[in-house]
Design a protein around this ligand. Structure first.
Ligand SMILES: *Cc1c(COP(=O)(O)O)cnc(C)c1O
Length: 389
């Protein structure tokens, strides 16, 4: 089935892309190929490396099934599957920046991305500068002759500022820099980075694509101009992923559309309800009309996912901890995108620009697939405990 034509709907692509049952005896799903060595028919084939598969690090039928499926969703020229979402950030950065380069990173970036830039990239001689997530076209003023990459993440981690990606792309490309985007929150179902001019789209497939909190994986998708360099960087670094993990993400991907719809609906219902609760000062969810970037979100996104933050009305760490400790359904744990609800305390300590001025402590909520009434009751327990702390 041809599933890469642009006229085919996104849910049809989710269901079928990357699968070629006729290549594996009609079985609906691809084989899970455990492989290092690939055999060649003769010495000439070995010398020319002309056959489709040459060694386990450079691709297998299982990896191809996932990366072709992601290509069909992203509209990309090629995709790599790497061992974690964090590796999906570090591998393209290591591939595209060099000593002496200037790298612009959004200040609301996922914290481990910041840590990687501040430690390893700095040590390798890369100049790091953070910018305001709401800078938009103003990014042009920060771009220098040695700026090679503008790194974006929208909405930003924990505080959900929406970036004006098309304006940033225009400014970056005018100066010869490429744009990378961590699009984990929206997935390609609700925002398609390459359609907005982004060169490299990054996903923690650990989250919604996997969907069950049981596997770590990342994907990086590139446009035509960046694909060859990205793939060569990936092969040079040897950062391939295990076949079982790749298969598990492909399996999750097939149902991501229906899961996301449910996450979206429940999260919106709870977010609207939270805005009416006396113990809540603010709900940081870009699909709410009260969010400062709502217009931008509405212009560029076609859906919202299930993770957002709340600001408690007053108090500090004592109230924050009281809220979290009172929860019985929400688990206290990192990551998100699985079937189960999670809550974490938010710290913005190392930000230099997007610190905000919040009325109280922040808590991030991942809304899972449980019944909304039960989740509301659980949050109510948390709010009551915070009020009494
Ligand atoms: C979770 C996350 C990552 C990293 O994913 P892991 O698979 O946990 O390493 C990267 N970016 C964002 C925005 C994330 O939320």
């Amino acid at each position: 089935m041809a599933t890469d034509g642009s006229k085919i709907g996104i849910n049809t692509r989710l269901a079928h892309s990357g699968n070629n049952p006729r290549d594996y005896f009609g079985f609906v799903n691809p084989p899970v190929v455990h492989a290092s060595t690939v055999l060649y028919p003769d010495a000439a084939a070995m010398a020319s490396r002309s056959q489709k598969y040459t060694y386990g690090t450079r691709g297998t039928p299982t990896v191809d099934a996932l990366t072709l499926a992601v290509d069909a969703l992203e509209g990309s020229a090629g995709t790599i599957a790497v061992p974690s979402g964090l590796a999906a950030v570090t591998i393209p950065l290591l591939t595209f920046v060099s000593a002496g380069d200037h790298l612009l990173i959004v200040d609301s970036v996922y914290h481990p991305t910041r840590n990687f830039a501040d430690t390893m990239l700095k040590r390798l001689g890369v100049e790091i500068e953070y910018y305001d997530p709401r800078i938009g076209a103003g990014i042009a003023a920060l771009i220098k002759p040695n700026t090679t990459v503008v790194f974006t993440e929208s909405p930003g981690s924990n505080t959900y500022e929406v970036q004006d990606i098309p304006a940033i792309v225009t400014a970056a490309h005018a100066a010869g820099a490429i744009v990378m985007m961590d699009n984990t929150w929206a997935t390609p179902l609700y925002f398609k980075p390459l359609d907005h001019g982004v060169d490299i789209s990054i996903h923690a497939a650990t989250k919604y694509p996997a969907g069950h909190s049981d596997v770590l994986l990342g994907t990086v998708s590139a446009n035509e101009a960046c694909w060859k360099k990205l793939y060569e960087g990936f092969c040079t670094l040897g950062c391939c992923s295990g076949p079982d993990d790749v298969y598990q993400v492909l399996r999750g991907l097939r149902t991501m559309g229906v899961r996301l719809e449910h996450h979206q609906k429940s999260a919106l219902e709870i977010a609207h309800w939270l805005e009416q609760q006396p113990g809540v000062a603010e709900v940081l969810h870009p699909a709410l009309p009260s969010h400062p970037d709502h217009a931008l979100w509405k212009r560029d996104f076609c859906g919202s996912s299930g993770v957002f933050s709340i600001v408690l009305k007053g108090g500090g760490q004592r109230e924050q901890h009281a809220f979290l400790d009172a929860l019985r359904i929400f688990g206290l744990g990192y990551s998100w995108g699985g079937y189960e609800s999670l809550a974490v305390p938010v710290f913005l300590g190392d930000r230099t620009i997007a610190k905000g001025s919040y009325a109280g402590p922040l808590i991030r909520l991942q809304i899972g697939l449980e019944d909304v009434a039960d989740l509301k009751a659980d949050i109510q327990r948390g709010l009551k405990a915070a009020a009494e702390a």
